[in-house]
Ligand binder design. Sequence first.
Ligand SMILES: *Cc1c(COP(=O)(O)O)cnc(C)c1O
Length: 268
Amino acid sequence: MSSFVNAPVPKASQDRVAELQESLAEIRSRIQQACSPPHAPALVAVSKYKPASDILACYEDGQRDFGENYVQELEEKAQQLNLPGIKWHFIGTLQSNKAKVLALIPNLYAVQTVTSAKAATGLNKYLPAERSAPLNILLQVNTSGEDNKSGVPPLSPDSPSADVELTQLARHIIKECPRLHFQGLMTIGSLTESLSSAEKENEDFERLKQTRDLLQEALSKEFPADSGKWGLDGRLLLSMGMSSDFEAALKAGSDIVRVGTGIFDMQV
Ligand SMILES: *Cc1c(COP(=O)(O)O)cnc(C)c1O
């Protein structure tokens, strides 16, 4: 086995621990203020490029969900930080030839960036049989239409939802991939820095929400909402919102926010 398994995880300095606790507390309180109960969104701490010691400090402060963008970096960290209840979310660009390595990562909880049937099939094939729960899958939607963003096109009320790429992908996961659970949709949204960027972001959030509603409607005709085959009680989750816009995303109905710099790079 890997040499990481028994290597002790280095501790962050006391100052760094205090800094991380402070920014986590602030993000948590801003999340609470942006939504009303019973809505309890998940906070994924995006730890790409951050040392294992930072992640451990957040874990010891009660944080359980962590997001990583690179398969190899995630693999190393997940082996080093094989902690009870930790949940790893893969949020980077997924090449289907990396599906096997990804599927074997301990405590992998969700892959938020699936955009092809091939990647889904690969994950399903290589997930260890002894996993206690299926792997959660979110399909990445390119809500901003920018060429440099990956993701499948959103759904539109003007065209039928049943036979477009997104619905076909969802159907493929539900029907052909028993070790996967189709949980929802993810978007990165427009990152253009312009005067209207706040408006643009909201447009992207609204587009993802509309896509979710249309997809839910299409899926519930084929697969009863109570079949447990997708979403949560017939509802698909939305993963949208990052450090700069998570409050707007929560007001638009986000279920999962992905916050990196707001936790790890706060200027104190
Ligand atoms: C890096 C990253 C984030 C976190 O972004 P911040 O602006 O640092 O909060 C969220 N989602 C994805 C897909 C990312 O790559």
